[in-house]
Design a protein around this ligand. Structure first.
Ligand SMILES: NC(=O)c1ccc[n+]([C@@H]2O[C@H](COP(=O)([O-])OP(=O)(O)OC[C@H]3O[C@@H](n4cnc5c(N)ncnc54)[C@H](O)[C@@H]3O)[C@@H](O)[C@H]2O)c1
Length: 362
């Protein structure tokens, strides 16, 4: 492997700025960018000082043989095929979430990474938030005990990321908030030790999914006559072979008071919470962050508030840094392909349960 790590970007969309900042801060070089929208690739090359821009991924991989790793930042439908293409070409892969559209695709990606002997990681950026690192320190020290139960939430009131674009087109996204906002389910699993799931019972709802008054302040432009065939909210319960359990609530559009992103858990020695309550207009000065532990000490209930530095990127930059450091061998990976596969088994089972109305075996 060359030193420093040379990275090719696949997809010049909204998330590139975080990937770029994270890679550069870890000492990597970004040497090329490809996007079928060649103008977008060229614009990104200019903005981020990337020496080469392509309108075709295969051409980039062919003409830039020095690329050691690629970063996949494209609509979900293309995660698996592009990761397989890059792994086959011998590249390490950092891929945006969700890992793929299904567990079957995620399984192919895991096998391809093992066969190629290359690193495959996903951008579960919430694991790289200061709050998550702090909480993991407490969990690793044994202070929390076994986490028996956990509640994961990413709930919005008016947060549909555009109508008719790839986010709301199931064939391109794999689904609505259940697959898009899977971050907190992942973070809860991370805290719990990523136990093997056994059953999932879930319901999805599509109220408000075509109501323009539920559009979020972010996302992609609306596509007139585009498809909108995904859920607007999902609720569910996962039981694990270990006896642990996790319940979740995710929504783009639902009658909630404010946007909340949180994991709460109950351990045998302590409970805990990592939470961001967004402000009325996203991350304004009414937003509230919390990282807390709940213990019994000297016969009293004690709430510990853990102070961490703010990270407005929600770990997005730090997560990309971890990918580079993992390949360099200076940090442990924040996530593994096997965990991504477990997560996709849960997502598949949740959608199947919502379709059938019955609990699904994972
Ligand atoms: N981790 C996070 O916090 C976070 C936040 C937002 C989006 N995302 C994820 O990032 C990914 C991209 O989202 P975005 O908001 O940047 O989307 P976007 O629509 O802004 O950009 C996607 C880009 O990919 C390009 N593209 C499409 N198909 C391609 C292909 N086959 N090969 C190369 N490029 C292709 C498009 O032309 C576009 O420029 C999605 O998977 C999304 O789920 C993650």
């Amino acid at each position: 492997m060359s030193s420093p790590l040379r990275i090719g970007i696949i997809g010049a969309g909204g998330m590139l700025r975080y990937h770029s900042a994270g890679f550069l801060s870890a000492g990597a070089q970004i040497i090329a960018v490809a996007d079928p929208n060649e103008a977008a690739a060229q614009k990104a090359a200019k903005t981020y000082n990337i020496p080469a821009a392509y309108g075709d991924v295969a051409r980039m991989l062919k003409e830039q043989p020095d690329i050691d790793a690629v970063s996949i930042i494209v609509p979900n439908r293309y995660h698996a095929p592009l990761a397989l293409q890059a792994l086959k070409a011998g590249k390490h892969v950092f891929c945006e979430k969700p890992p793929a559209l299904s567990a079957a695709e995620a399984s192919q990606m895991c096998k391809a990474a093992a066969k190629a002997g290359r690193t495959l990681m996903f951008n579960f950026n919430n694991r790289a938030r200061p709050e998550a690192f702090a909480m993991m320190d407490y969990i690793a020290s044994g202070a929390v005990g076994t986490i028996q139960s956990c509640q994961a939430k990413w709930i919005r009131r008016t947060g549909i990321p555009g109508f008719g674009g790839w986010f709301t087109t199931r064939a391109l996204s794999g689904g609505g908030p259940l697959i898009d906002l899977l971050h907190m389910i992942d973070l809860g699993l991370h805290f719990m030790g990523y136990p093997d799931p056994e059953y999932v019972l879930a319901r999805t709802y599509d109220d408000f999914i075509t109501d323009k008054s539920f559009k979020g302040p972010w996302g992609i432009p609306d596509v007139e006559k585009g498809v909108t065939d995904v859920e607007s909210a999902a609720h569910g319960f996962i039981s694990f072979k270990t006896g642990q359990s996790l319940s979740f609530q995710v929504s783009w559009a639902e009658m909630n008071k404010r946007e909340e992103v949180s994991v709460t858990f109950q351990g045998t020695k302590a409970g805990g919470l990592v939470q961001r309550l967004f402000g009325s207009d996203g991350l304004d000065n009414t937003a509230l962050d919390a990282c807390e532990l709940y213990v019994q000490e000297n016969g009293r209930s004690v709430n510990r508030s853990i102070v961490v530095p703010p990270d407005e990127t929600m770990g997005r930059t730090r997560s990309a840094t971890n990918f580079v450091r993992t390949i360099a061998g200076t940090e442990a990976p924040l996530n593994t392909p096997e965990q991504a596969l477990r997560l996709m088994r849960i997502i598949d089972a949740a959608y199947a349960s919502a379709r059938t109305g019955k609990p699904q075996k994972c």
